[in-house]
Design a protein around this ligand. Sequence first.
Ligand SMILES: Cc1cc2nc3c(=O)[nH]c(=O)nc-3n(C[C@H](O)[C@H](O)[C@H](O)COP(=O)(O)OP(=O)(O)OC[C@H]3O[C@@H](n4cnc5c(N)ncnc54)[C@H](O)[C@@H]3O)c2cc1C
Length: 366
Amino acid sequence: MRVVICGGGVIGACTAWFLRRRGIDVIVVERTEVAAAASGKAGGFLAGDWCAGTPLDALARRSFALHAQLPEQIAGDWGYRAMSAYSGFVAADSDPRRDSPSALGWLSDGVIIAQRIGTPKTTSIVHPGKFTSATMNGALALGAELRLGRVTGIVRDADEIAAKGVEVEGSVIEADAVVIAMGPWSLLAAQWMSLPAVYGQRSPSIVYDTGADVPADALFLEHEDGGSAVSIEVFPRADGSTHITALSDIASLPLDPAAVTPDQDAIARLQAMSERLSPLFRPEKIIARQACFRPVTQDGLPLIGKVPQSEGLYVATGHNVWGILNAPATGEALAQLIAEGTTQIDLSPFDPARLSPLDPSLLQAR
Ligand SMILES: Cc1cc2nc3c(=O)[nH]c(=O)nc-3n(C[C@H](O)[C@H](O)[C@H](O)COP(=O)(O)OP(=O)(O)OC[C@H]3O[C@@H](n4cnc5c(N)ncnc54)[C@H](O)[C@@H]3O)c2cc1C
């Protein structure tokens, strides 16, 4: 059996690795480069129990456990480490606490830590780009193939039901099964099959070179910016980089993943907020000013499973803010579904058939 995976982000890489572990032939087709989009630019924060009480709970718990096991199973160093997480706020200029020393010594006065919301047992982190690349390299070492190219369509049998392969800019790669894992660009696949809409939600981020100066504590802080409260997230990683993000905005998704750029005003505001948090976030320590689009669905849950009204077509996207966390369990479940037709984790909350398919004529202008 041969499976073609469209998209070399974290979801495509994990799916490739779990399929290859079962000995299934895999070809990954990636338009730009592995981890070119959100999977290379995310924070990498992982939480085992923060989805409790939601349909994501079992997937997140399984994936959190897999993240802890994968460093022993895949070669490479992607900085997996357990960490604590804290919530708090930055005292406004009018707040008498603005001169109070922070409970965490590396933060500036007035950065008030309210509570510990994650412990090294419940929260951890990876470098997402390095994790994605190592997992893809692990799949390649097991015999998977990576081809650079843009998937432009699906080839079906004479009845127009069963997938027979994918079109890649004029050529055809034959396959017994096809997985759509193109992040927010999975939207384009609604031209080729019955799929609900997938949207892209843009977020800017800045990455600082902080070396060993910032301890392994993730921060979720409220910060006043121009009269409104903004949530800012700080993720120090094991390779000495600290990823800071805030200020999601609505922007149209460029057709080419390589053309994603941040809004310069948002970056300037994020930089000013970061400098207020700690003297360690100095301009000369910036190693990346970037943006990426999270794949989001209408009901906020991912699409994982068989594509309706077809045979041999699967989708795995729409993981929103938890794509790095939930990638291993998504890849594992898809490999089970493709190989055996059943899964350990109940995928029914993520069944693509739960949402109305997008009208393909809406995409024709793109
Ligand atoms: C600022 C930010 C911070 C985040 N932080 C976290 C976090 O801390 N923890 C967490 O769990 N999640 C986080 N996320 C979410 C996470 O990054 C995403 O959910 C995840 O990366 C999505 O992975 P993906 O593989 O579905 O998509 P992508 O990473 O978008 O990959 C899709 C791939 O498909 C390729 N592609 C597109 N079109 C085609 C085509 N026609 N043919 C072939 N290939 C194609 C693209 O080039 C791309 O490489 C964050 C996201 C953002 C934006």
